[in-house]
Design a protein around this ligand. Structure first.
Ligand SMILES: [Zn+2]
Ligand SMILES: [Zn+2]
Ligand SMILES: [Zn+2]
Length: 141
């Protein structure tokens, strides 16, 4: 029989804390971004999360430009969001696949819960995609 359990030796899983709070789908992002003034002033009405790319009509997992509210496909499909950014300078985009927000100018994900200006559109997108409002971490007060 194996000696398992009969000795106290073994590797402790010290790495576990690294994963603390890393719920599936949660993307750690920047809490600041200098490009928020380019956000569309009315993000209370946005296209549905299953809207096709306006250029190639790719049907799903597209990006919403947060400056002009057009929908484009990802860099893994036909790169229309990337092209749109290059053509227009619009740099903030919300992913309809996981509702994360990417800033092309920061070249980073943004923390939609910590950045006040992004919370309303995240909330609307969450409502459209899941039929309910997101549960924000408590950060008031
Ligand atoms: Zn930025
Ligand atoms: Zn496309
Ligand atoms: Zn745009």
């Amino acid at each position: 029989m194996a000696a398992e359990g009969s000795s106290s030796t073994g590797t402790l899983k010290v790495d576990e804390e690294e994963f603390f709070g890393a719920e599936s789908g949660w993307v750690e992002g920047r809490t600041t971004c200098d490009h928020l003034p380019s956000l569309c002033s009315d993000l209370s009405q946005i296209p549905l999360p299953d809207s096709p790319c306006t250029r190639c009509h790719h049907p799903a997992e597209n990006w919403l430009c947060l400056s002009c509210k057009d929908v484009f496909c990802s860099r893994f499909i036909n790169k229309h969001m990337v092209n749109h950014h290059r053509e227009t300078g619009h740099c903030l985009a919300l992913s309809f696949s996981d509702l994360s927000v990417w800033c092309f100018n920061c070249d980073a994900y943004l923390d939609v819960q910590m950045i006040r200006q992004l919370r309303p559109v995240y909330e609307v997108a969450h409502l459209l995609k899941f039929g309910e409002r997101p549960s924000f971490r408590t950060l008031e007060m």
